[in-house]
Design a protein around this ligand. Structure first.
Ligand code: TRP
Length: 342
């Protein structure tokens, strides 16, 4: 019996932030430790998704490899035989299936995607790629019969689209695709991913993000550890004068509590009990700053010791295996729609 597939994307554009580390990298590594053995785990780099909004193209190729290095330095086990790592653009079935799916996805479905609306809002020119992004994502998922796709709430509509499209095509052509689980099932499967949203240190009501210009609010995993600690020490808090975990009233303080909990492997409840109603924001910042400083020094040390060729070898090998899997699935739909002989 083949193992059920868990599939997720590892972003490749731009540098990774502390928010990516705590919200995505760590949960994925935990997921691998929990589920390898029982499941096949596809972790791929959606490099074709990375320039639906403009990027520095001359950095993209290297960024992909550097980001994978960071995943490995953070504990991703690339020798695990249930884990496959590949770059989307190295497997041409992704784009070929996208075109076919495009003809079974409605304009209105893509037009009401929240992420598209947010990212295109107020822009003078918006690429067709940004609009079509969810169709490519649907292809990423359906090519490998993925059942579980651990992603954050912001990706919910995209997962629901993949599910709707799989059902639509199976209804018309017979059973071609595995139907991804419903969102609630996805949630209970991957509760690791929920609720972790690291905020900007400067504007703690917003997410920490590389795509918004906010250098003092954002910690990059490549930041000098002392500079990162300084950013934490000058984080925006509030004037209430006591520590509580309450993102509505005290987003800055709550963000720090969250960072402390995640970096010391404790629950937010434990950390909140320890700090509740204390008044010294400086102490709280100092603890968070020390934890972030040590994380960065340790991680950067490990990254230096990783040989890029082991990552390239793994990619090349897995891309070959997955190319065959994806091509077989593509062939089925090509037959179904009349492009290949049945
Ligand atoms: N859109 C995802 C994100 O922004 C990345 C992604 C692309 C993805 N294709 C995917 C995630 C397929 C899961 C499955 O995080």
């Amino acid at each position: 019996m083949e193992k059920p597939v868990i599939l997720t994307g590892i972003r490749s554009n731009g540098e990774l932030t502390l928010g990516n580390y705590l919200g995505a990298i760590k949960p994925l590594i935990k997921m691998q430790a929990m589920h390898a053995g029982e499941y096949q785990i596809n972790m791929f780099v959606p490099d074709l998704h990375s320039f639906t909004t403009p990027v520095e193209h001359n950095l993209l190729y290297e960024n992909t490899l550097n980001n994978l290095k960071i995943f490995v330095a953070s504990g991703l086990d690339i020798n695990n035989s249930d884990t496959y790592i590949y770059r989307q653009s190295f497997i041409s079935s992704h784009t070929e299936l996208t075109w076919i799916l495009d003809c079974f996805i409605y304009f209105g479905e893509l037009n009401r995607m929240t992420q598209f609306k947010e990212k295109s809002d107020g822009k003078e020119s918006v690429s067709v790629g940004l609009f079509n992004y969810p169709a490519l994502m649907t292809a990423d998922i359906l090519l490998y019969d993925a059942k579980y796709i651990p992603v954050g709430e912001d990706q919910r509509q995209h997962i629901e689209l993949a599910r709707d499209v799989a059902i639509r095509i199976n209804n018309q052509f017979g059973s071609i695709f595995t139907i991804p689980e419903e969102w609630n099932q996805q949630l209970s499967f991957s509760n690791l991913h929920q609720g972790i949203r690291i905020r900007s240190l400067k504007h703690p009501e917003a997410k920490m993000s590389k795509s918004i210009d906010d250098p003092s609010g954002t910690i990059l995993l490549t930041d000098n550890p002392q500079d990162a600690a300084k950013k934490i020490m000058s984080a925006t808090t509030d004037s209430l004068g006591h520590i509580n975990y309450d993102f509505k009233l005290q987003p800055g303080v709550s963000n720090l509590l969250q960072i402390i909990a995640l970096l010391s492997d404790r629950t937010i409840e434990e950390v909140t009990i320890e700090w509740q109603n204390q008044t010294n924001y400086g102490e709280l910042k100092k603890v968070a700053a020390d934890l972030v400083g040590s994380l960065l020094s340790e991680l950067q040390g490990k990254v230096k010791s990783i040989d890029q060729s082991t990552i390239l070898d793994k990619l090349t090998q897995d891309e070959e295996s997955m190319r065959a899997v994806a091509a077989a699935k593509l062939y089925k739909i090509q037959q179904a729609v009349g492009l290949r002989q049945k």
